[in-house]
Ligand binder design. Structure first.
Ligand code: MN
Length: 245
């Protein structure tokens, strides 16, 4: 079986080994989810944004992974007192990758920080510190990543709802930020009962799907959690090989 090549973004993290080294890291579970959906995961370090075009040569889909808060500089706001650690070099590199993927009409999947990055790239803004909002439900669960927490209300016409076969599903939740104003060319495909946006899809020809939760942590215990990866890889395969497999 030919496997389409999926580029995954990473976090730049000082090495815990004591060596003078910065590690490029992301979860092995994202890679396993991509493999299970029929793709081949390849990881990109956060380098100069002008390398984004070159990174996408020979790549069939882009997965923007989870990580730290996004620097509010990129959506024109000052840092809220509750803002977490940011990595503006990663932000700049991922914004360039998203822009280059868009120019190539490449399918894009965003997870957690990924949905926020896509929203900022499309001109939207974020809630910088969700605990500052009143009347929200819990979005940083205490249980393990594989445990499901809050319920999602899916937009009936969304790709997600069609794949799930229902207007409801549950998800885990580990996020400090969330979409505030929605970026152009995006539509909401899931919310929680408190109105927080939990998934978006693209409005244009390009396949864009992004989720605020972490299906890569829960798909082994809950098979329906693998659906975002399956929908993404179906779009990638259709575009790359011209057929649904
Ligand atoms: Mn949530």
């Amino acid at each position: 079986m030919k496997r389409p090549r999926i580029l995954l973004t990473t976090a730049s993290s000082p090495s815990h080994s004591g060596l003078d080294r910065i590690d490029s890291l992301t979860g092995l579970n994202y890679c396993e989810a991509i493999v299970q959906a029929g793709g081949l995961p390849l990881l990109a370090s956060n380098l100069q944004p002008d390398l984004a075009e070159s990174f996408l040569e020979g790549i069939d889909g882009l997965l923007l992974t989870g990580g730290a808060d996004i620097d509010p500089y990129f959506y024109g706001q000052q840092p809220h007192a509750g803002l977490g650690k940011v990595d503006s070099e990663r932000d700049e590199f991922e914004l360039a990758l998203y822009k280059a993927a868009k120019a190539r009409n490449l399918p894009v999947l965003g997870v957690c920080r990924g949905i926020q990055l896509i929203n900022v790239a499309e001109g939207g803004t974020l809630h910088q510190h969700l605990p500052a909002l009143t009347n929200t439900i819990q979005h940083v669960q205490e249980n393990r990543g594989s445990a499901l927490a809050h319920e999602l209300r899916l937009e009936p016409q969304s790709k997600l709802a069609k794949a799930v076969g229902s207007n409801k599903m549950r998800s885990n939740s580990f996020h400090h930020q969330a979409i505030d104003s929605l970026g152009a060319k995006l539509r909401v495909s899931a919310k929680t009962s408190d109105g927080i946006i939990e998934a978006v899809e693209g409005r244009s020809e390009q396949f864009v799907l992004a989720v605020q939760w972490h299906p890569e942590m829960s798909f082994k215990a809950h098979p329906e959690q693998h659906l975002p990866f399956q929908i993404f890889l179906e779009a990638v395969k259709t575009q790359t090989f011209g057929v649904k497999s």
